[in-house]
Design a protein around this ligand. Structure first.
Ligand code: UD1
Length: 365
């Protein structure tokens, strides 16, 4: 029997591990698949709700790390995960995405000579000021098997000298979750809850430090959101980082009344909101991909994207932090001027099946 431990830490990890966990069940005679939650995200609405929505089992290990500076959080995960690895002696660990838990766990395993699998490898924004970019580059450099969601990932890894035999283009596990849960999400009552007309509202998510940690940038963003709120209802589920900063800067009162601020929203309800939005304004990585798959108009308020396929073939527009340009593009969308898109190659709901098939071969080679 081989043992694999998959790691989840922060909100965007849960929907990536859910299809992998399901796909591993096919090999349950010869592979034991366990889940370790680092506790990087711990609020009920940032974590527990996702386990329930995604049908994930209670994690086998919970490290309870919580918040802290980058060094504190990363070091705490490493110290606690090392104990799990020493006790459990897995054959492989599997990490997803680019959060602090991703690099912390892969680094710990690599030092113990345990094979590291990175799912969603090779993405690069080219911006090393993003903590996620540092996490991506470092995780990829110590991973043994790298699973890539879009072709830019293959090129990036080649450029960094990763040998071809470690890299596999298998598609996008986050899209596996989306395709799997879309029918269930369509039963959501979230539109009634906020009195939203399907296809006639703007959905907003903002949490990147570059957008929400400076008062000046936040003021500009609120101006943009207020303009949107004059045209449509705007729903803005607020990430704890953004909420804390809006409060600290005294900006909560400056928002238009049509702008509905709410707590973070669970996976199924949020999927219902994404799939019926007229326009999404975001700085999230995952939402750029989800909107492209769904053919929903998306404006990304960042200067770079590690997911260029969403701009090249999808419905995403990357409009930097020049918010006048973003406002013009957003109003264009509301006036019916839409960006056409197609679904990227291999985003077909079967990525986790391809990944586990390859891992099964590698584990029993
Ligand atoms: C992290 C990831 C980011 C991802 C985002 C998704 C890193 C470096 N960043 O950013 O890539 O897009 O998650 O949400 O790993 N907090 C709570 N409750 C929680 C979690 C956090 O209140 O359950 C608050 C804390 O005040 C904390 C702050 O949010 O200090 C930031 O949390 P943290 O996990 O450090 O980073 P995120 O901004 O969430």
């Amino acid at each position: 029997m081989k043992k694999v431990i998959s790691v989840v830490g922060a909100r965007p990890n849960f929907m990536k591990i859910a299809p992998i966990h399901r796909a591993f069940k096919k090999y349950s005679d010869s592979i034991q698949h366990l889940i370790c939650h680092t506790g990087q995200h711990y609020d009920e609405k940032m974590s527990k709700v996702f386990f329930e929505d995604l049908g994930l089992p209670k994690p086998d290990f919970y490290l309870g790390v919580g918040s802290g500076s980058h060094a504190e959080q990363t070091a705490n995960v490493m110290m606690k995960f090392e104990k799990v690895l020493l006790d459990e002696k897995p054959d492989m660990i599997l990490v997803v995405g680019d959060v602090n838990s991703t690099i912390a766990c892969s680094l710990t395993a690599a030092k113990l000579h345990i094979k590291v699998v990175h799912v969603e490898a090779g993405l690069r924004s080219g911006d090393r000021r993003m903590p996620e970019e540092v996490n991506r580059v470092l995780t990829d450099s110590i991973s043994d098997f790298l699973f890539v969601t879009e072709k830019s990932g293959i090129e990036n890894l080649k450029h960094e000298g990763v040998s071809d035999d470690k890299v596999f283009f298998t598609g996008n596990v986050m899209i596996d979750s989306l395709a799997y849960f879309l029918p269930k999400a369509s039963e959501s009552q979230i539109h009634d809850q906020f009195d939203l007309e399907k296809g006639k509202y703007v959905l907003v998510t903002l949490h990147r430090p570059s957008n929400v940690d400076s008062k000046e940038q936040l003021i500009k963003l609120i101006k943009l959101l207020n303009t949107m709120a004059e045209k449509r209802k705007v729903l803005f589920p607020i990430h704890p980082r953004t909420k804390n900063n809006l409060g600290n800067f005294g900006l909560l009162e400056t928002m238009n009344k049509n702008l509905i601020l709410t707590e973070p929203i669970g996976y199924l309800d949020f999927l219902a909101l994404t799939s019926n939005a007229e326009l999404i304004l975001t700085d999230s990585g995952g939402i750029q991909e989800e909107s492209t798959y769904l053919g929903i108009q998306c404006i990304t308020l960042r200067t770079s994207t590690e997911r260029p396929i969403t701009v090249e073939v999808g419905t995403n527009q990357l409009l930097g932090t020049d918010l006048e340009k973003a406002e013009k593009a957003a109003l264009d969308v509301l006036n019916g001027n839409l960006k056409k898109g197609t679904i990227p190659e291999l985003w077909d709901g079967k990525a986790a099946e391809r990944i586990t098939e390859i891992l099964n071969e590698k584990l029993h080679a």
